[in-house]
Structure formats: structure tokens, C-alpha cells
Design a protein around this ligand. Structure first.
Ligand code: NDP
Length: 285
């Protein structure tokens, strides 16, 4: 009999409402693995010690959330390409004491776009609302996947231009910045629209990105990074126009699926993870 459990988890503050543990624990149970996912509140002043704890406990890996995604970098041994290009880490893999930082947010988004929406970004024209951490991750992966054009639309010019400069330096991809001032009309030749802002996030569920879809094509794929609520005002608007939509749950599930696979080396039970997450979020306000 082997009673030793393998450990993974998440460091963040606040972290109590982070639902990733529910889906990872469901996946471990379904795969018959004696693994645990611990959701741990860690403040910035303790991040260095907490990462040292990953080494001390032989934890197999860890997720990072607010406010640690950038700060953790100096405590790691190596960054992979995605983490380097995005400039932030949301997943660490412990390879025999050598901690490798990865970023699976953008890859999770892309996997959802391909798997759930059946959409290949190669050669397509994309518009992204927002220029924060999620936007950097999504923008990097869209450009690496061969998008023909990426228009970044952001309220703050400074943040928008910084992010576009960062994305251009990292990927060399075809992209532009436009200031978000008043209603932004999505151009007629757009194939993909993604909201990577926090507009519409609980508890401000009535808030809506100030965009017009009146000129957009009926086949426009409209995606939202916001996952609570799953059906945002933007997705409701797109649906009312008959456009295909992809919710933020998809991105959240697939970043977890990729994390499971990185840590365990096994194929993740995707359906189990999605169901567990939907149930967990259904229980949220
Ligand atoms: P950041 O704080 O880094 O960036 C927030 C972005 O939203 C900025 O571009 C900001 O613009 C914009 N924004 C916020 N409020 C407004 C507003 N009222 N009007 C216009 N623009 C606004 O956040 P993140 O990038 O980390 O997260 C963004 C969203 O993505 C969150 O809802 C988060 O929950 C979600 N997310 C989802 C994931 C998933 O797996 N589904 C994974 C990661 C994040 P400005 O620069 O002008 O301030």
C-alpha cells in the first residue's frame, strides 16, 4: 500500500473563490490518482517562502493567480517560451526540484476556440478588447497560431501601447492598437472578437463592453474571458444576432486540462473537469 499523496495547488490572494481546485480534484478522482489540489492563500510577503515550500514538499506543481503571476518569476529556475513571451506565469511544473514556469491561459483559450468552437485562427482577423494580463496571454497565442491581423482596443492608451509593443517584440505578429473612446464598432471584415477586459464580471453583471456589432458579419465568433457569469451581456448580444459564441468557462477548463496534463503526464478527463467546474460556478452567486 502506498499512502503518499502527490501535491499541487494554487497560491493567490484573494483565492477563496478560485474554482480550479474543484475541477482538478474531480479529475484526479476520475483518473484514480492519489493527488491533492490545495487552494492556499499566500500574500506577496510570503511568496518566496511559499515557492521554497513547493521544493521542500516536493509538490508536483502550482498555479499562480492574483497578485503573483509576474512576481513569482524571480523565484523560478526556468521559463518556457509562452511564459517568456507573455511575461507572466500561471502554472509551475516541478521537474525534480527544478521549477519551470509556463503560462496556460492563452493556450487554454486557443484550445477552447479550436475544440469547442471549431475555429482555426490561422489567417483570420481578430479584435481583442483589453490589454491586461489575460489579453497578453490570448494575444500571444493568437499571433503564434498565425492570425492574419490583431487589433487591440483598450481604454488606457499607455497600457494598450505597452501591451502591443510587448506582443510585437515577442511574436513579430501583425497587430495594431486603437484607443477605446466611446462606442467601438467591430469592423465588417472581423472573424473573431474577444473580450479580455473584466467588464461584466460578477458582481457588475449588468456592465457591458461599449461595442457595436451592427457592421460585423453574422459568422463572427464572439468570445468572453469573463467566466462568472458564464453568459455575459456581450455573449447575449452576439446570440441575439445569431453569432456563434464561446464563454470564459471554456478557457478556464482548458487551462486546467493543460495543467493536469503537464503535471501528471496523463490525458485529462475533460468532460469530468467541465462538469465539476459548471457545478462549482452554478453554486457561486
Ligand atoms: P487586468 O486587470 O490585467 O486587465 C483588465 C483590462 O480590462 C484592462 O485592459 C482594462 O483597461 C480593462 N477594463 C477594466 N474595466 C474597464 C472598463 N470599465 N472600461 C474599459 N476597459 C476596462 O485583468 P486580467 O487581464 O487579469 O483579467 C481580465 C479578465 O479576464 C477578468 O475578467 C478575468 O477574470 C478574466 N480571466 C479569465 C480567465 C479564464 O480562464 N477564463 C483567465 C484569466 C483571466 P485599462 O487598461 O484601460 O484599465
Amino acid at each position: 500500500m502506498d499512502y503518499k499523496a502527490e501535491l499541487v495547488g494554487c497560491f493567490g490572494r484573494p483565492v477563496a473563490e478560485n474554482p480550479t481546485g474543484v475541477m482538478q480534484e474531480a479529475a484526479f478522482a476520475a483518473a484514480g490518482l492519489n493527488w491533492r489540489y490545495l487552494t492556499i492563500e499566500v500574500g506577496p510577503e510570503n511568496l518566496r517562502d511559499a515557492v521554497q515550500g513547493v521544493r521542500a514538499f516536493g509538490m508536483r506543481g502550482i498555479n499562480l493567480t492574483i497578485p503573483h503571476k509576474v512576481a513569482v518569476i524571480e523565484y523560478l529556475d526556468e521559463l518556457n517560451e509562452a511564459a517568456r513571451l507573455i511575461g507572466a506565469v500561471n502554472t509551475v511544473v516541478n521537474r525534480n526540484g527544478w521549477l519551470v514556469g509556463d503560462n496556460t491561459d492563452g493556450k487554454g483559450f486557443l484550445r477552447g476556440v479550436r475544440t469547442d468552437a471549431g475555429f482555426d485562427p490561422r489567417g483570420k482577423r481578430a479584435v481583442m478588447l483589453g490589454a491586461g494580463g489575460a489579453a497578453r496571454a490570448i494575444g500571444t497565442e493568437l499571433l503564434l497560431a498565425g492570425a492574419a491581423d490583431l487589433l487591440v482596443v483598450n481604454r488606457s492608451v499607455e497600457r494598450g501601447e505597452t501591451t502591443v509593443g510587448h506582443l510585437r517584440k515577442g511574436t513579430g505578429g501583425p497587430l495594431r492598437f486603437e484607443r477605446w473612446d466611446g462606442t467601438f464598432t467591430v469592423p465588417a471584415d472581423t472573424d473573431l472578437l474577444v473580450n479580455a477586459t473584466s467588464i461584466g464580471l460578477f458582481p457588475n453583471v449588468e456592465a457591458m463592453p461599449d461595442v457595436s456589432l451592427d457592421r460585423a458579419p453574422a459568422k463572427l465568433l464572439v468570445c468572453d474571458a469573463v467566466f462568472n457569469p458564464a453568459v455575459t451581456g456581450l455573449l447575449k448580444l452576439a446570440r441575439s444576432k445569431g453569432m456563434p459564441v464561446l464563454d470564459g468557462l471554456s478557457m478556464l477548463v482548458y487551462q486546467g486540462v493543460i495543467g493536469f496534463e503537464l503535471w501528471t503526464g496523463q490525458r485529462a478527463p475533460e468532460a469530468v473537469m467541465k462538469k465539476a467546474l459548471q457545478e462549482a460556478l452554478g453554486a457561486l452567486p
